[in-house]
Design a binder for this molecule. Sequence first.
Ligand SMILES: [Zn+2]
Length: 65
Amino acid sequence: MMKLSDLGRFEPHLNGKTAAEESEYFYRCHKCGQMVDERDARQVIWHSFSEHERLIIDGGASHLP
Ligand SMILES: [Zn+2]
């Protein structure tokens, strides 16, 4: 299984876009069905691959202080 941390350090995505609700940052990947955090470039890129498995989320934007 691929862990999010295996993809490197957190890289911000969205160029400073902010949403009123935390849930607005998430969308469902139509390939694997996992919820993707749009704030994390690693997740967005991973889920853009034509073949991929679900990531183990072991850190990310929602885990930042
Ligand atoms: Zn996916």
